[in-house]
Design a protein around this ligand. Structure first.
Ligand code: TYD
Length: 136
C-alpha cells in the first residue's frame, strides 16, 4: 500500500444563514461500507494517538471541531496531513502506519471505519509493520 493513495475527500457542505451541514451517505462519499464510528476528544496537546497500522481496515478521519495532524507511513514514504475542516475527510487505506498528534484544545475527531473493532487487525509494533509490508 502506498501513502499516495491517501487523500482528502471533500464532503458536501450545505450552508446558509442558519449555519452549515455536512454529511456522509452510504455508497456516495466514502469508498467503503461504514461498519463503525468512533470519536476522539479531550486529547491533550502533548498526546499522540494511533501508532499502529491496520491489516484490512480502511477509514476516514474528520476533525468535526478543532484540528490535528496525521502522519501516514507506508514503510518507505511518509505524508503529513493537517485536518481542521468538518467538511474534509482524510481517507486512510489499509496497511499504513498512522500517528495523530498536535490536537488543538476542544478537538473532536470522528473516525468512520470499514470494520468493527478487532484487535487481530492491528499491527502495533513499527518494526513488525515494516517487516509485514516489505514481505508483501
Ligand atoms: P487505541 O487503539 O489505543 O486508540 P487510538 O488508536 O485512537 O490511539 O484504543 C484505545 C482503547 O480503546 C484500546 O483499549 C482499544 C479500545 N477500542 C475499542 O474497544 N473499540 C474501538 O472501536 C477502538 C477504536 C478502540
Amino acid at each position: 500500500m502506498s501513502v499516495a493513495l491517501a487523500r482528502i475527500i471533500e464532503l458536501p457542505r450545505l450552508e446558509d444563514e442558519r449555519g452549515a451541514l455536512s454529511l456522509i451517505e452510504a455508497e456516495a462519499h466514502v469508498p467503503f461500507e461504514i461498519r463503525r464510528l468512533y470519536w476522539l476528544y479531550g486529547v491533550p496537546a502533548s498526546a499522540s494517538r494511533g501508532a499502529h497500522a491496520h491489516r484490512e481496515l480502511e477509514q476516514v478521519v474528520i476533525a468535526l471541531a478543532g484540528g490535528l495532524s496525521i502522519v501516514l507511513d507506508d514503510g518507505s514514504a511518509r505524508r503529513t496531513f493537517e485536518l481542521s475542516r468538518p467538511d474534509h475527510g482524510l481517507y486512510v487505506p489499509p496497511r499504513l502506519w498512522r500517528e495523530l498528534y498536535a490536537f488543538l484544545p476542544g478537538t473532536v475527531c470522528l473516525v468512520a471505519a470499514s470494520e468493527v473493532y478487532r484487535e487481530a487487525d492491528y499491527i502495533r509494533d513499527y518494526a513488525a509493520f515494516t517487516r509485514e509490508v516489505t514481505a508483501a
